[in-house]
Design a protein around this ligand. Sequence first.
Ligand code: ATP
Length: 297
Amino acid sequence: LLQLYAPLNFLGFVYREIKHSLADMEKMFTLLRQNTEIADKPDAVALQTGNAVIRFESVDFGYERNRQILHDVGFEIPAGRTLAVVGASGAGKSTLSRLLYRFYDVWQGKITINGTDLRDMTQESLRAHIGIVPQDTVLFNDTIYYNIAYGRTGASREEVIEAARAAHIYDFIEKLPEGFDTMVGERGLKLSGGEKQRVAIARTILKNPPILIFDEATSALDSKTEKGIQAELKAVSTNRTTLIIAHRLSTIADADEIAVMEGGRIVERGRHAELLARDGHYARLWALQQHDESPVA
Ligand code: ATP
């Protein structure tokens, strides 16, 4: 039996490796598929700016030909400012971030950065200017160091550590048995939702992009973690043109501007206090959420 153990154990190892490689490949192909529909124009220019003004002008868009999702969406985010988008599930909030990253092209209207249409710039330069903190950060099956350093190839160890400190995940990492060399991801240590978001924030700090997209997690984090993430986010978004896709209104009460979406349209825009005073869509959402969250508080 003992003689059988080693080969069987080895086979098990091979099986697990193949299964994980397939999962990784699947992720890669999903990403590649999303990108193949979009091609650079032969004369596409490289976006080069540290101060990005983002404009959506009368944007219509749908994922499928016969199902329009966005209707005549228009807004401007001045350089260094924050726009938070709120609205019911399915309203089209995350679609805005996918269009800004140019996973898809708009049907009508245009999206510009400093006046240049996204379709006239190279995708590589566009994406180099945008940092995304997604709802659910995918971690590579590698060390936590690699997962942060991925934000910018060529970053020094000091810079990686500095980014971890700024994202307030340094102390957590230092307490791990192997510190920054601890393996994470599906095959390693599983991180909580809040810890994963901090890794994504650290990556973004390292990347240092002029544009930031923050897609807030739908599942609530515990309130202490939530407050911490909000504080870190505020620090990272300072002086960066930021689009926040918000699921909890408490996150965005101090955003420069709030846009309320309903059925793929922007139905209200303004600051928190103005919108509450208007007693319209936002005020209703706010009242609803106060009611929903009251048992938790
Ligand atoms: P949530 O708050 O739940 O994240 P959301 O406001 O961000 O919702 P979107 O993700 O922008 O909503 O989706 C808007 C609409 O587009 C939804 O009806 C959704 O079903 C549809 N949709 C999103 N992604 C795709 C896709 N890849 N293919 C087809 N339809 C899609």
